[in-house]
Design a protein around this ligand. Structure first.
Ligand code: KIV
Ligand code: ZN
Length: 521
């Protein structure tokens, strides 16, 4: 079903699963309050469908789905809300109860259809699998606005059986047929051919839409999703920042911006308000404590940064020389207004609003303004990324605060570098510790590890970068087998390193607290 160049662009539905497939990945679990915050941002992004959890998976999941359905699900223009469910009565009932308050609901039933899944997970022969799928869809019919059926591990399913499964699901009442590459195994050529075949040859009512859902194990989730669209898929399942099981899912921001940037090639568009992308991506990074990598397409800190002189020259002459999208398109405000130490509250408020934080209360704003002024004293310009970091730090609440750092090094062989740090801990109070190492950064790390009562700590990497007047330091270390990272900037390199370590230990404390809450739920 590939399109000829003179056809109108097709409208592709965007199904966001950050709060289900994304949230189920280690390090990304969220409590109800955090999920609600993100759900509001996803609604502002104007995704078509929001998969907000797996109601039968845990009481915490059901509670979060219910809270989102109550708060967002009946607002005018709200996206359709969806819960995942296995093909059984208990899961379908749980999904119906949790989604209850929402106006437009979707039941997302899944069943593994590859030989491997049939044998290892379901212990079923093909006819029994077909009967189970048919029964589950019939059970859900009339209780939700729509039903989606996913043939889990579809890309490793026998193609003839896959067709049979999808025809059975459509005949039983499924409105959306999802063909997931559950293990990130396929290639763009292969998935294009599969969708081109299925969309032509699977018998179904006219309104039934094909959907694509790709994992990123081989780094091809976005390419595979775009190839599926070219093959005829009408819905893409994806997550903000590409979070999700193992290597993640298709990244929403990448697939949406690819369709927007290359309408000549894909002849397809979405209803996403792309100017919200940056704010949602940052918010997800804040609430999970996992910011996307610097070089991440579309939303990484470097995605629109031009460092090399030759690039800067080209961009100043004409942005199109090195930019295929404009930063404003993803909601990165233009830098026409530079924030620095002379900027006042109005300028900061305006910039926060542009970054999606226009609703910040007065107390939080005053604290942020004080932090902003402190930061502005150490540098010429405070960028949007700096502001987002300040907001993230502030929203997080710190377990550790740095009070003082002293460093002694020497040129003689026996003068081992020694660091003395004084830290405030939220419950343990003020602590002063001394650390040693073969170099000053190792000594600093040692002092932090002693304070945090780490049994085995090791500085793995230290990345230093000169940025106009100040030094940016990014540290990576392992503490008791867990990798942690932190970043900071300061005109004094020792303080920059100490603050980077502080950020790493605060991130670690926060991740531990998040998993403690998730386990308690
Ligand atoms: O990856 C997958 O197969 C899934 C299904 C539940 C759609 O997430
Ligand atoms: Zn998945």
């Amino acid at each position: 079903m590939s399109q000829s160049p003179d056809q109108d662009p097709r409208r592709i539905a965007i199904f966001d699963t950050s709060l289900r497939d994304g949230e189920q990945a280690p390090g990304f679990s969220m409590n109800t309050v955090r999920k609600l915050k993100l759900a509001h941002a996803l609604a502002a992004l104007k995704v078509d469908v929001m998969e907000v959890g797996f109601a039968a998976a845990s009481p915490g999941d059901a509670e979060a789905i219910h809270a989102i359905a109550s708060e967002i699900g009946s607002a005018p223009g709200a996206p359709m809300l969806c819960s995942l469910a296995r093909a059984n009565e208990r899961d379908i009932d749980a999904a119906e109860r949790a989604l209850g308050p929402a106006k437009n609901t979707r039941l997302h039933l899944f069943f593994g259809t590859s030989d491997l899944h049939l044998a290892a997970k379901h212990q079923m022969e093909k006819p029994e699998a077909l009967a189970t799928i048919e029964r589950a869809i019939e059970m859900g019919r009339g209780r939700f606005t729509e039903i989606e059926f996913s043939a889990e591990d579809a890309l490793r399913t026998d193609p003839a059986f896959l067709k049979e499964v999808l025809e059975c699901a459509a005949a039983a009442g499924a409105d959306v047929l999802n063909v997931p590459d559950t293990v990130g195994y396929t290639s763009p050529e292969e998935i294009y051919a599969l969708f081109a075949d299925l969309t032509v040859n699977v018998a179904r009512p006219d309104h039934v839409v094909f959907s694509t859902h790709n994992h990123n194990d081989l780094g091809m989730a976005v390419a595979n999703s775009l190839a599926a669209v070219r093959g005829g898929a009408g819905q893409i399942e994806c997550t903000i920042n590409g979070i999700g099981e193992r290597a993640g899912n298709c990244a929403l921001e990448e697939v949406v911006m690819a369709l927007k940037t290359r309408p000549d090639h894909y002849r397809a568009n979405t209803g996403v308000d792309t100017r919200q992308i940056f704010a949602v991506s940052r918010l997800l990074g804040e609430v999970t404590g996992n910011a996307p990598p610097r070089n991440k397409a579309i939303v990484g800190r470097n995605a629109f940064a031009h460092e090399a002189g030759i690039h800067q020259h080209g961009v100043l002459a004409d942005r199109r020389t090195y930019e295929i999208m404009s930063p404003e398109d993803i909601g990165l405000p233009s830098n026409a207004l530079v924030l620095g130490k002379h900027s006042g509250k109005h300028a900061l408020r305006a910039r926060l609003a542009a970054l999606g934080h226009g609703d910040m209360g007065d107390n939080r704003f005053e604290k942020l303004y004080a932090d902003f002024k402190r930061l502005a004293d150490t540098r010429r310009e405070v960028t949007d990324n700096d502001l987002c970091d300040l907001i993230a730090e502030d929203g997080r609440g710190h377990t550790w605060e740095l009070v003082r750092v002293e460093m002694r090094t020497g040129t003689k062989a026996k003068e081992r570098p020694t660091a003395k740090v004084t830290l405030d801990h939220t419950t343990r109070g003020r602590l002063t510790t001394i650390g040693h190492g073969t170099g000053p950064f190792e000594a600093l790390t040692d002092a932090f590890c002693v304070a945090a009562e780490v049994k085995e700590g090791m500085l793995e990497s230290i990345d230093a970068h000169q940025l106009s007047r100040e030094m940016e330091i990014e540290v990576g270390l392992t503490v008791d087998g867990v990798s942690i990272t932190g970043r900071s900037q300061h005109t004094d390199v020792v303080i920059a390193a100490a603050e980077a370590l502080l950020a790493a230990f605060n991130n670690h404390a926060r991740a531990q607290e998040t998993s403690r809450l998730a386990n308690a739920a």
